[in-house]
Design a protein around this ligand. Sequence first.
Ligand code: NAD
Length: 247
Amino acid sequence: MGRLDDKIAIVVGGGRNIGRATSKLFATEGAKIAIFDLDEERAAAVTEEVVEQGGECMYVIGEVQKVDDVKNMVTKVVDHYGKVDILVNCAAISDRSPMLELDNDEYHRVIDVTMNGTYYTCKYVSEQMVKQGKGGSIVNFSSGSAFQGNTRRVAYDMAKGAIVVLTMDMAAQLAQYGIRTNAIAPGQTGSQVGGKIAFEDRHSNNLVGGRAGYPEEQASVALFLASDDSRHLYGQTLQNDGGSSIV
Ligand SMILES: NC(=O)c1ccc[n+]([C@@H]2O[C@H](COP(=O)([O-])OP(=O)(O)OC[C@H]3O[C@@H](n4cnc5c(N)ncnc54)[C@H](O)[C@@H]3O)[C@@H](O)[C@H]2O)c1
């Protein structure tokens, strides 16, 4: 018996890193997976990995910040699997310069993907869950960046702060439909978000645990939040960060 038997899980940004680890772990717990990602090569590769380990997986290509892509994704998943029970939101991009140097177009792009994209998938997937009438569980990825000032980033941090608030609002509004919403705020994990800095090159000062985290260590917390193990938890953002937020 798996903890997610008979569940259909959409993993947004499931093409690599934390989304990939989440897709693979959820499948081993009995969930059928639908990956939504803009990168077909990545999505197809993870789909193959899930199938190779004995799971069931499909993918839909699209961009989270495009409402039509998100609606199309929900339709395709429901056409294929008949329903959706779990949503995990991993897609994000980050800016890499201080506010005084940040181009406004870049600012809007990061907010659009990272904040609006999360909002759209939450909105249209939970709309489907409400229609089904059987509840659901939604896990958003915020970031430690939502709680600390940073010298070289701003739009990403703002979007991640907004996701903490979105998570509380959704928890308050959707509990009546049996839908729980929680979030994870990772510290440094795997490779850099949307970038090229590899795991082994990430600096690990201020990490009580002494090292950056593995994507699998985010996936296991996502599993806890997605499953009934956390059935009494609503609107929380868990700081899963090797202790960096407590020192
Ligand atoms: N990795 C970290 O150190 C870290 C730290 C804090 C928070 N997080 C958060 O955890 C989540 C996962 O992070 P990650 O490191 O696995 O990210 P990643 O950049 O490695 O992977 C993101 C995935 O999302 C997809 N994606 C990007 N933009 C998209 C769009 N517009 N539409 C659809 N798909 C899109 C990418 O193709 C990719 O497969 C993110 O929300 C991130 O902000 C990560």
